[in-house]
Write a protein that binds this ligand. Structure first.
Ligand code: ZN
Length: 97
């Protein structure tokens, strides 16, 4: 399966209002699906290549990290999962458009 990485990058940039780099790496700890670092203008999303093997898993992981960026927090607040699930739907719709 071919992943449209540039399309995912553009979707992340639209949803986060930042320049976004997406990296997929074999060097992420096994207990992490993905991670993000961000400031006011830029964000980096790091995917664990071993735990994001399908488009669905990649979109779920990216939507999770986008939610952190939108919230400007790495915490999982009480409504985090709800916002994450909404972002999964939004990213999936934009990806398939
Ligand atoms: Zn998280």
């Amino acid at each position: 399966m071919s992943i449209k990485w540039l399309r995912l990058k553009r979707i992340c940039e639209e949803l986060s209002g930042r320049t976004v780099q997406i990296h997929s790496s074999t060097e992420v700890a096994d207990d992490h699906v993905a991670a993000t670092e961000f400031n006011e203008t830029e964000a980096t999303i790091l995917l664990n290549s071993g735990r994001t093997k399908s488009l669905e898993m990649i979109i779920r992981a990216i939507a999770h990290e986008i939610t952190h960026i939108q919230e400007s927090s790495n915490k999982h607040n009480i409504d985090f999962n709800e916002k994450w699930e909404k972002n999964v739907v939004i990213v999936t719709e934009k990806y398939n458009k």
